[in-house]
Design a protein around this ligand. Structure first.
Ligand code: AP5
Length: 238
């Protein structure tokens, strides 16, 4: 962590709201969501991680989701929404949470808004990871994840000290099955068709803040913190 971030973390208050990271595959949402959630001591929620866990455990939901995710398509709203509803009602979400990869369709966003209202939250603060889709291919194909803790690395941009081993716990690194180049294209198409309309949706609600996700990890972190702490120059209504 650089000096700016170290200084910023000394002054963090409580989150007490839902923060959503919106952006194309490989934009850096997971990397930043883990860090922000850690800084505020709230859960990092990722529908992608939840679905992969269901697949790993062979649950009925996992069995339905597996072939869809392997094709790079979105899992149907009905399945995702049931899972999200259960998760955010957990006690650990009472002080706020950071969601990455959800909502992903306008129907999911509408349902989420209603759900939040029932939990006493306002509409989410949405951080939009703006990046040219052409830039994410290298990030995605270079991504490696720790099998133990899920730590995110990149063989090109964020290599580990010992190749193939996590810096934190020494766990073996693996590649996600949907990070193969031929699956990245349908994932980007699904984003453009079904998820990108959420940028206009949340902008209309005055909840959207843009972050230039092509910058370094440290610079994106700095900007995300600025948005969440309300020092954002844009009028996002937070
Ligand atoms: P999901 O797991 O949500 O994946 P995604 O949205 O496609 O996003 P990624 O995890 O690929 O990227 P990221 O933005 O988190 O990037 P990261 O930080 O890892 O979804 C997977 C699938 O699950 C979907 O295709 C769908 O089938 C299903 N699904 C999930 N949610 C759903 C929903 N709500 N509805 C329906 N279906 C759903 O970074 C990427 C790489 O870049 C890493 O190697 C990292 O080290 C590196 N990196 C990060 N930041 C930087 C930087 N600033 N500079 C250089 N390198 C960087």
């Amino acid at each position: 962590m650089d000096k700016t971030m170290e200084k910023a973390t000394e002054h963090l208050g409580s989150l007490h709201r839902a923060v959503v990271f919106l952006g194309p595959p490989g934009a850096g949402k997971g990397t930043q969501a883990k860090e922000l959630a850690r800084m505020f001591g709230v859960p990092h929620l990722s529908t992608g991680d939840m679905l992969r866990e269901c697949i790993a455990h062979g649950t009925p939901l996992g069995l339905q989701a597996k072939p869809i995710m392997e094709r790079g398509e979105l899992v149907p709203d009905s399945l995702v929404l049931k899972m999200v509803k259960q998760r955010i009602q957990n006690a650990d979400c009472s002080a706020g949470f950071v969601f990455d990869g959800f909502p992903r369709t306008v129907a999911q966003a509408q349902y989420f808004g209603e759900l939040l209202k029932r939990c006493g939250y306002e509409q989410p603060l949405v951080v939009h990871f703006a990046i040219d889709p052409a830039l994410v291919l290298k990030r995605i194909t270079g991504r490696r994840l720790c099998k133990i803790g899920g730590e995110i690395y990149n063989i090109f941009e964020r290599p580990t000290k010992v190749p193939g081993r996590c810096d934190k716990d020494g766990g073996e690194l693996e590649q996600r099955p949907d990070d193969r180049e031929e699956i990245v294209k349908p994932r980007l198409e699904a984003y453009a068709r079904q998820t990108a309309p959420l940028v206009a949706y949340y902008r209309r609600l005055g909840r959207l803040h843009d972050v230039d996700a092509a910058q370094s990890v440290e610079e994106v972190s700095r900007r995300v913190l600025e948005v969440v702490q309300g020092h954002d120059a844009q009028s996002g209504g937070s």
